[in-house]
Design a protein around this ligand. Structure first.
Ligand code: GTP
Ligand code: MG
Length: 346
């Protein structure tokens, strides 16, 4: 991938420069993170970010937390406020979007040695108390990725279009992937940190569906737990109104599904065209590599490319629903993937 293409797919050079500034600014504090990193993307959230950070728990399920806030191109005092309230702040000079900011935050979390990542938003819509219920299944090794669900929990909005949109997109993703999903756009989630380095994340803004379909496609164990979403009380949505939001979200669902389908198909084709002995050797090598690379440090290498490949070659055959739907993706976007610990789904 050329550097121009890398920038088009989300800005590897921007990520690298920001990560290097972050490392220089925080030194050991950024390199020796506690087990749980809470990652927040924030854009012009000066009035909201402080109370959000203050309300976050110092530990979740007994594990200490650190908060990483990725601000990009904000024109207000978001970065300063976040820092003043104790977060580690990565202040990127250009605005790229929530997806790019989260991807960078995941990378910083992995490179700092965090074992688990929890995401939330800067606008106070999510209840910090829900984080525990999301992390528990990951710690219990029942899931690799747990998203909150307003459909299983509660929501304050009375906007019928929003409500319908969430249910429609949930049904679409469930149908396309074979994994039952009830809320594909919930911003509070918990996951094993390395999962974020093992999937391809190239959406600059609307990452939620790409992340969710990516982890399902990667054969990771996905679960949902009831959670709450409130109305935004401070500031306004950065993502446009319902119709625009809906159209873009739909585009990401279909685009990601198509991409992952192609990828799995290509892996399946390689297996079909190999002799059984070659295919077995390749799978054994994949398994060995996965066993040896299933740590945060290695996973970060994939994300360093700005786009990471989440469809572990050896996992294609282990991801039944996606094996049926897969088709391909440009080779230059691929990096050595990380295999899921199991294809079991919850
Ligand atoms: N760093 C960064 N963060 C962003 C950007 N756009 C949105 N965000 C953050 O992403 C989070 C979600 O953005 P919102 O605008 O609330 O979007 P949403 O919650 O998906 O949708 P709403 O229901 O309309 O609020 C907030 O913390 C925003 O500050 C961006 O361009 N850069
Ligand atoms: Mg919001």
């Amino acid at each position: 991938m050329t550097s121009q293409e890398a920038d088009r797919y989300g800005g590897q050079s921007v990520d690298d420069a920001a990560a290097s500034d972050f490392a220089a600014e925080y030194a050991e504090r950024g390199q020796l993170l506690p087990p749980v990193a809470i990652v927040i993307a924030a854009y012009n959230e000066e009035a909201a970010i402080g109370p959000v950070i203050e309300a976050l728990p110092a530990s979740i399920c007994g594990l200490a937390t650190a908060t990483i806030v990725v601000v990009d191109g904000s024109v207000d005092g978001t970065a300063k406020e976040a820092g003043a309230h104790g977060a580690l702040v990565c202040d990127v000079p250009v605005n790229r979007g929530q997806g790019a900011a989260l991807r960078l935050g995941y990378r910083l979390a992995r490179e700092g040695g965090a074992r688990y990542i929890v995401t939330t938003d800067a606008d106070g819509q999510y209840d910090p108390a829900d984080a525990q219920g999301l992390l528990e299944p990951v710690l219990a090794d029942d899931a690799d990725f747990v998203t909150g669900s307003r459909t299983l929990g509660s929501e304050e909005t009375r906007d019928p279009v929003r409500k319908l949109g969430v249910r429609l997109f949930a049904a679409t993703i469930s149908l396309l992937t074979g994994q039952r999903v009830t809320d594909p756009s919930f911003g509070m989630r918990a996951m094993r940190a390395e999962v974020t380095g093992a999937i391809q994340l190239q959406q600059p803004q609307y990452q939620a569906a790409e992340l969710l379909i990516g982890v399902i496609a990667g054969g990771f164990r996905v679960a949902e737990r009831p959670a709450t979403i409130r109305r935004r009380r401070v500031g306004e949505s950065k993502k446009g109104h319902n119709v625009l939001y809906g159209l873009r979200f739909a585009g990401v669902i279909l685009g990601t599904w198509w991409r992952e389908r192609h990828r799995h198909q290509r892996v399946a084709d390689v297996d079909l065209n190999s002799s059984p002995a070659d295919a077995a050797r390749r799978r054994a090598a994949d398994a060995d590599r996965a066993a040896g690379t299933a740590g945060p440090a290695d996973a970060s290498g994939a994300a360093d490319a700005g786009v990471a490949d989440g469809a572990p070659a050896g996992a294609a055959a282990d991801a039944p629903s996606l094996a049926a739907l897969t088709l391909g993706e440009p080779a230059d976007l691929c990096t050595e993937p990380l295999a899921p610990r199991s294809a079991k789904r919850t």
